[in-house]
Ligand binder design. Structure first.
Ligand SMILES: [Mg+2]
Ligand SMILES: [Zn+2]
Length: 189
């Protein structure tokens, strides 16, 4: 069982670890999702490392500055003590970068920062782009839908990954060692 545990969990930020406040540049507006700090702590207690991978196109669009995003991320780190590296894609969707999810760049970067293979990582996120990035990088994934998540994204997650009703359950699923393998062909279809 131990063998099938991932070595790292890569969390989406907005809508997954914290309440989604679009283009938030204000650390005082950062509110954790219930159970987020405990979920991260549980993983570390089990020897599983963590990282945060976040699309922040508001930087590229001039809606927030990189300094503001960094300040919000520092607050996240204050609220979730031991979380690992926090990686950001600052680009706009039409920039054609390789890091904006569902492109694989942030997953690959996080795995490299943690000195492991993407196949040893699980991505936990709230939308299809999180699943897509995981699939493109060869990682597994769990979707934790919010009211913003589209029905077809949830259906896709049931098909190619896993779905959990909240973060606590998602982490319990990871720790159970029973996460299904990600079928990247299905995800690409
Ligand atoms: Mg999100
Ligand atoms: Zn990017």
């Amino acid at each position: 069982v131990r063998r099938s545990l991932p070595r790292a969990v890569l969390f989406d930020r907005d809508g997954t670890l914290c309440v989604d406040v679009p283009y938030n540049g204000d650390p005082d507006r950062l509110v954790l999702v219930p159970g987020a700090a405990a979920a991260v702590e549980q993983l570390h207690a089990a020897g599983i490392r963590t990282a945060v991978i976040s699309n922040q196109s508001g930087v590229g669009r001039g809606l927030v500055t990189r300094r503001q995003v960094d300040a919000v991320n520092r607050r996240l780190r204050e609220l979730i003590g031991r979380v690992g590296p926090i990686l950001v894609c600052p680009h706009r969707s039409d920039d054609g970068c390789s890091c904006r999810k569902p492109m694989p760049g942030l997953v690959l970067e996080a795995a490299a920062a943690l000195s492991m293979d993407p196949a040893e990582c699980v991505v936990i996120g709230d939308i299809g782009a999180d699943l897509g990035a995981a699939a493109a990088a060869g990682a597994r994934a769990v979707l934790v839908p919010t009211e913003m998540t589209r029905d077809e994204e949830i259906a896709e997650a049931y098909r190619v990954a896993a779905v959990a009703p909240d973060l606590t359950t998602a982490v319990a699923l990871v720790l159970s060692g029973s996460l299904p393998a990600l079928d990247s062909r299905a995800a690409a279809a």
